[in-house]
Design a protein around this ligand. Structure first.
Ligand code: DQA
Length: 142
């Protein structure tokens, strides 16, 4: 079975209570279940992780690069300023899809810049938890 790593950045562990008018009412555990369900239907396996720490996310990207694993990433706030996350993502060889629950381009100006988008096969934003479902479906068709 093909495997995909789904990596989540800071504050996404607070989904459910964090600004639900922007991010919806599902928790990250709900989203993880949805991802496993979607992946199973497509005969894929998912390794789903979240961290609030930049260094941990970098280590996971190194691991994905070494194991040649496809990555779906919601870098959260790191999207907008972390050159270190971008540099780690640049080492991936198997591909990358960037996801966001909200549509950062329709929000504050500081969210309009993504350091990751230029490295990604594509970006899926603005569909809430369904952004993850769409990303898994896109990966399955690649
Ligand atoms: C986010 C958008 C980012 O701007 C924000 O910092 C997040 C979540 C999203 O999924 O919509 O933490 O990545």
């Amino acid at each position: 079975m093909r495997k995909v790593m789904i990596l989540n950045g800071p504050n996404l562990d607070r989904l459910g209570t964090r600004e639900p008018e922007i991010y919806g009412s599902l928790t990250l555990t709900d989203i993880e279940k949805l991802c496993h369900q979607t992946a199973a239907e497509l005969e894929l396996t998912v390794d789903f992780r979240q961290t609030n720490e930049e260094s941990e996310l970098i280590k996971w990207l190194h691991e994905a690069a070494e194991t040649k694993t496809f990555v779906i990433i919601n870098p959260a706030a790191f999207t907008h300023y972390s050159v270190a996350i971008r540099d780690a993502a640049a080492m991936l060889t198997d591909g990358l899809i960037e996801v966001h629950l909200s549509n950062p381009i329709s929000r504050e100006e500081f969210r309009h810049t993504s350091l990751i988008s230029g490295l990604a096969t594509g970006t899926i934003s603005g569909f809430g938890a369904n952004s993850y479902v769409l990303a898994i479906q896109a990966f399955a068709r690649l």
